[in-house]
Design a protein around this ligand. Sequence first.
Ligand code: HEC
Length: 132
Amino acid sequence: MPTRQGIRPIAAGSLYLTWSLGLAALLLSVGCFTPKAGPPPTPQPASLTSAEALSLYGRFCANCHGRKLSGGMASSLIDGYWEYGDSDAALYANIARGLENAGMPAFDQGLTPAQIHALVDLMRAAAKPLPQ
Ligand code: HEC
C-alpha cells in the first residue's frame, strides 16, 4: 500500500515533464513564427507608412522645403497653393521629373514610384485647406 509520501515524487516528476514538454512546444512554435532575417521581400509594398514617408522627406526634401514642410529656400508644401499644378498627378510629376527652370531637382532616379506616392500623400495630409 503506497503512502502519500511514496506517490508524491512520481506526481511531481510527471508534472515537471508535462511542464517542460509544454515549454518546448511553446518555444518551437515561437521559433516557427519568428521572421527570418534577410533581404526584404520583393516587390516593394505598394504603400509606405507615414513615418517612412516623413523620414524620406527629412532626407530628400527638408533642406529646401523646411523640416515642417512649411518652406525655406523653396516654397511651403502645406499652404494649399500649388503653383505648378495641384492634382495628385501634377504633384507626382513635379517630384519625379523636377522643375528644371525653377530649381526643383528630379527624384525619379533616387526614389521609387511607391516612395514618390507616399510623399504626395504626406503633403496632402499635412496641407491646410485653402482659405475661403
Ligand atoms: C534643391 C532644393 C530642393 C529640394 C531638395 C526639393 N525641392 Fe521641391 N522645389 C524646389 C524649388 C526651387 C521649387 C520651385 C519653386 C518653389 O515652389 O519654391 C520646388 C517645387 C516643388 C513642388 C511644386 C510646388 C508648387 O507650388 O507647385 C513640389 C510638389 C515639391 N517641390 C516637392 C518636393 C519634394 C517632395 C521633395 C523631396 C523629394 C523636394 N521638393 C525636394 C526645391 C527643392
